[in-house]
Design a protein around this ligand. Structure first.
Ligand SMILES: [Zn+2]
Length: 294
């Protein structure tokens, strides 16, 4: 009887007190997108608790922020953002969270940016990204740069665990390098393939893996296709014998489907983010899926 009581006491003590003791060492990371969250998880392993504000199935350009996002930030140590204006909805959340110790990290800061406008931009350019194209995580080589940025942030917040974070980054970066050879070999036959994308999200992917991006379903970023633009695309697909129209799962399929019906081109759903399609649950699977689909 006595033994039993002691056992119950021990179980109670370990299950209630132990998490409190260990929780102190865990760095709480909030990322604006699931791609940054996946990379933060790779850096931090079980020394971090990582949450993404949005899901991969959401269009990161158009986010209706929820009060729960601010609550997540209130208790976070590190906030990872894409930057370059893609997730500008994150700034009011950060300010509203009133978390003075929150370290906000713009993961674009060390990225070699593509499509940075050289002339003055006005509304006639559509919903253009004024700091350049922000879809940089779609090149795995940039993924390796993001890992280093996250490493710096985590080491700053939790210096005692820096050696573990460094080791995790080395291991994941090496894995990405190995996979890169496999992905580039798989994409090699398609380097010159002409393709139409829905939105201009793929210049970093294209730079790494090839493909000839001929046009976009959107006449300008963020603008829905007009009948005259659709007619022009139909002509272009026929004339240039374009076989593939690739689109993110959250865009309207009607225009791609219409072009497909009239020309025989295939509509391919690509994964712009971790969690955007079934089976893409981490950063490596993101490229496995896209390389296979395109
Ligand atoms: Zn965009």
């Amino acid at each position: 009887m006595k033994k039993e009581k002691l056992f119950i006491f021990l179980v109670f003590t370990l299950t209630t007190i132990a998490p409190l003791v260990f929780a102190k060492d865990v760095v709480h990371v909030v990322a604006s997108t699931p791609d940054l969250a996946a990379l933060a998880q790779a850096v931090g392993g079980d020394l971090v608790k990582v949450e993404s504000l949005i899901k991969g199935t959401q269009d990161p350009h158009n986010i209706e922020v929820l009060p729960s996002y601010m609550v997540k930030l209130r208790n976070a140590d590190v906030f990872l953002i894409i930057g370059m204006d893609l997730d500008q909805w994150a700034f009011p959340l950060r300010d509203g969270s009133r978390n003075a110790r929150l370290l906000t990290v713009d993961c674009s800061k060390t990225i070699n940016r593509l499509h940075v406008p050289t002339s003055k931009i006005d509304a006639s350019y559509g919903d253009i990204h004024i700091y350049g194209n922000p879809h940089y995580w779609l090149d795995p080589q940039n993924g390796r740069i993001i890992l280093e940025t996250i490493l710096d942030a985590l080491a700053q917040v939790s210096p005692e665990n820096a050696p573990v974070f460094q080791q995790n980054v080395r291991a994941y970066s090496q894995k990405l390098e190995e996979k890169m050879k496999e992905w580039q070999a798989a994409m090699a036959p398609y380097r010159e393939h002409r393709i139409i994308f829905y939105h201009d999200s793929w210049p970093y992917f294209q730079q790494r893996f090839g493909l000839e991006i001929v046009d976009f379903i959107e006449p300008k970023p963020g603008i829905v296709p007009s009948p005259s633009h659709t007619a022009r695309l139909l002509e272009e697909v026929g004339q240039q014998q374009i076989k593939v129209i690739a689109m993110e799962p959250f865009y309207d399929k009607r225009v791609p489907d219409l072009i497909s019906r009239q020309t025989g081109a295939h509509v391919v759903v690509v994964a712009p983010s971790v969690g955007s399609v079934k089976g893409v649950d981490d950063y490596i699977q993101l490229f496995d899926y896209n390389v296979k689909s395109l």
